[in-house]
Design a protein around this ligand. Sequence first.
Ligand code: ADP
Ligand code: MG
Length: 232
Amino acid sequence: MIEIGDLRFSYDEGDFSLEIPQLKVADGETVAIVGPSGSGKTTLLNLIAGTATPQSGRVTTNGYKISELHDAARRDFRIANIGLVFQEFELLEYLNVLDNILLPYRINRTLQLGTSVRARAEAIAERVGIGDKLSRYANQLSQGEKQRVAVIRALVVQPPLLLADEPTGNLDPLNKDRVLDILFQYANDNAATLITVTHDHNILHRFQRVIDFKDFYIHATQQRLESIAEPM
Ligand code: ADP
Ligand code: MG
């Protein structure tokens, strides 16, 4: 369960600010977030994942007040609980596909990398059609293959929460369906929560709920007006 309340966030630089009076996402829910470019969708994912900290308000992710954890605890929590699929894949060029997939195990000391994990990584790679490319380097992969590696890396620790930032953004229709099938099948099999930022309206029907970023601004403005209108 994710719960956000009375959140206000702005970056140190620039004049962008985000206000979210309330947002709740239930365990196991599949949610698409839509909104224009620059409206703060990636920022919201970072706030949920704890890579950005709000100036005020609450962010609770899987029962943890993520904004109150210390840096190291927050990082360990994130790697063990949240599968992140980045907009730009964020694969490491000097690692091969298998090592990119297993990266969470190398950077989080609370995760144990054993033979069962390797077998799981190989099995998922096989299922999504890149089982024969595990020893290739990132620059030897197509966009669609890179995106699948990024998705497998997000799934390999079996997190209860998946955050995907425009995971189908650079893909042709076939690879788009493949990536979405992987995400939805994982969420379904593991009762995991899936939050996906997208601007692809053709895929919205697959989600249980669609959150339009415009709504936050409307609510935020309404709340401000109400507080102004309150009698002294
Ligand atoms: P979206 O994902 O909806 O396109 P973002 O969350 O990436 O939007 O960005 C929202 C706004 O915040 C944009 O105006 C962007 O320029 C600004 N922004 C993003 N990251 C930073 C940063 N690190 N410092 C300052 N401004 C930023
Ligand atoms: Mg973005």
